[in-house]
Design a protein around this ligand. Structure first.
Ligand SMILES: [Ca+2]
Ligand SMILES: [Ca+2]
Length: 170
């Protein structure tokens, strides 16, 4: 009686071994096929084409070009350090930039934020307007802390600025 039981158990064990072996073989085939197609483009009909992915990682492949959409918060007029509020730090930064302190630079967004009277120059008159605003002189408020802008080459989309960068294939 005991012997019969043993044999049965062994038979079931062999079956499992075969199933596991088949699964391992299938897995190996899948891994090999993935390695073989890695880094390649596959067209709609499922055929592999010969070149590597033609765009840098952060670009998508559209209409035979590499396309990337850059999105940033729109500039708040007067928010020179771009932290979302207008305060004395913005004025300090602006005056140091105008006085050419080392390390005080403005990027394309900050330059829009700093030109408070919108005359395409960043100078003392912008500091004066910011000073007036900070000392609660509402007459000097030309949209400081309210108007939002996008730099050139960006499109306004709600409170965001978007820029679409298109590059040729690598
Ligand atoms: Ca600020
Ligand atoms: Ca100005």
């Amino acid at each position: 009686m005991n012997n019969t039981k043993k044999i049965k158990i062994n038979k079931i064990g062999d079956k499992h071994k075969k199933i596991i072996l088949v699964l391992v073989i299938i897995e190996i085939i899948i891994i090999i096929s993935l390695l073989a197609t890695g880094g390649k483009l596959t067209n709609l009909s499922g055929n592999s084409v010969t070149h590597d992915y033609p765009c840098d990682e952060d670009y998508t492949f559209e209409d035979n070009k590499c396309v990337k959409v850059v999105e940033k918060n729109a500039v708040l007029l007067g928010d020179i350090d771009k932290n979302g509020i207008i305060n004395v730090s913005d004025r300090i930064y602006l005056s140091r930039y105008i006085d050419k302190w080392q390390g005080y630079t403005l990027d394309e967004f900050s330059k829009v934020a700093a030109d408070i009277n919108k005359d395409n120059k960043i100078d003392e008159s912008d500091i004066n307007l910011l000073n007036n605003y900070l000392s609660d002189n509402k007459e000097a408020n030309l949209g400081i802390g309210k108007d939002r802008f996008c730099p050139k080459n960006y499109n306004m989309d709600g409170t965001y600025c978007k820029q679409t960068i298109v590059k040729d294939l690598k």
